[in-house]
Design a protein around this ligand. Structure first.
Ligand code: NAD
Ligand code: UDP
Ligand code: UDP
Length: 343
């Protein structure tokens, strides 16, 4: 029978009396919710590579079994099809809570489900963390800053968010998830960490998921025009996925609660991004201007001084270095799609 005082979280604060032999030496057991998705699957790769036991919880809304298949047969890996909106009983030391659709197209598809995932799903994972004394990390988002009136954004900025707009299920959902996280920390003594993630790209992103990087890369590879929304002068900062995964692990293992911005401060307009995609994939690619979506933030760029100073973390891979690293993966999957395959 699991005893909460055996968790690594409690070991570190010295609450443990006598720990049964064998358990002390046991590998760290980690849950990754959303571990079959883009970011989650890269995180799982890293945790398994360093010898941890990993349980993935995923309902496969935007995640794919193919992102985890290379671990099937590994006795330290387990995959559970489960929706975090429902309670679950598990015994682990750490919880990385990523489950939530991330691209605007996906999170707007069923906004009620998105906000339930953010609120009820996060509540359940915090309830789980409380019961077993596990450390809990929330993957929040730069969207909590809304259409920011402060630039670049620091963690101290409270944001400029529309509470009743079409993006609210996601940005207000994540703000509530942050509130719940802090309330479980202050009110129930749960050890928590909060990451505010800025736009991230890399292999295994869903094709055609509406994110600008995956759209442009797919379009350039298929010889279709790159769809720039609005006048293309809005800005974003793009981070390569391995940098983010390093940041998440550094945050989980450090003593600071956060929130921490995790992003690459390099700032690009969408027109500049289109140029980099052209340079990387096809210089003859054309641009097509489309109307922009509602409530689209005009600019976004992280101030990452807090993460640099307290986590000793900063991104290493620039956009020009990172983009080519996702092209082979996209090429393979686009070809597979065209041939009616299942990759
Ligand atoms: P993703 O859509 O690829 O992954 C999300 C995963 O969660 C998928 O595997 C999906 O099936 C799963 N999921 C969704 N709802 C679920 C539910 N109710 N129960 C169980 N599983 C569920 O997205 P991602 O880009 O990997 O994002 C991971 C996390 O990082 C998300 O919480 C997202 O909000 C956050 N984030 C990502 C970015 C980014 O640029 N990718 C930026 C900011 C924040
Ligand atoms: N929960 C869970 N697994 C657990 C413990 C709790 O899924 O191991 C869920 C529980 O069903 C509840 C939520 O987490 O919906 C919050 O739990 P908590 O104990 O904080 O609140 P309570 O159950 O007292 O409302
Ligand atoms: N965008 C674009 N073309 C596309 C998809 C998106 O110009 O095909 C724009 C979008 O309007 C936004 C920016 O790219 O201004 C980033 O969008 P994304 O959905 O990638 O991220 P988010 O808005 O969540 O930061």
């Amino acid at each position: 029978v699991w005893n909460p005082s055996w968790s690594s979280a409690n070991r570190q604060v010295g609450k443990v009396g006598r720990v049964p032999a064998g358990i002390q030496r046991r590998q760290l057991r980690i849950v990754v919710t959303g571990g079959a998705g883009f970011v989650g699957s890269h995180l799982v790769d890293k945790l398994l590579a360093r010898g941890n036991n990993v349980i993935v919880i995923d309902n496969f809304f935007t995640g794919r079994k193919e992102n985890a298949m290379h671990h099937f047969g590994n006795p330290r890996f387990e995959l559970i099809r489960h929706d975090v909106v429902e309670p679950i009983l598990l015994e682990v030391d750490q919880i990385y809570h990523l489950a939530c659709p991330a691209s605007p197209v996906h999170y707007k598809y069923n906004p009620i489900k998105t906000i339930k995932t953010n609120v009820v799903g996060t509540l359940n994972m915090l309830g789980l963390a409380k019961r077993i004394g596990a450390r809990f990390l929330l993957t929040s988002t730069s969207e909590v800053y809304g259409d920011p009136l402060e630039h670049p954004q620091k963690e101290t900025y409270w944001g400029n968010v529309n509470p009743i707009g079409v993006r609210s299920c996601y940005d207000e959902g994540k703000r509530t998830a942050e509130t719940l996280t802090m309330d479980y920390h202050r009110g129930a003594g749960v050890e928590v960490r909060i990451a505010r993630i800025f736009n991230t790209y890399g292999p295994r992103m869903c094709l055609d998921d509406g994110h600008v990087v995956s759209n442009f890369v797919s379009q350039a590879l298929r010889k279709q025009p790159l769809t720039v929304y609005g006048n293309g002068k809005q800005t974003r900062s793009f981070q390569y996925v391995s940098d983010l995964v390093d940041g998440l692990v550094a945050l989980m293992e450090n003593e600071h609660v956060g929130p921490f911005n995790l992003g690459n401060p390099g700032e690009f307009t969408m027109l500049e991004l289109a140029e980099v995609v052209k340079e990387t994939i096809d210089s003859s690619a054309t641009i097509e201007f489309n109307p922009n979506t509602e409530d689209d933030p005009h600019k976004r760029k992280p101030d990452i001084s807090k993460a640099k100073e307290l986590l000793n973390w900063e991104p290493k891979i620039s956009l020009r270095e990172g983009l080519p690293l996702m092209v082979t993966d996209f090429q393979k999957r686009i070809l597979n799609d065209e041939e009616g395959g299942t990759l």
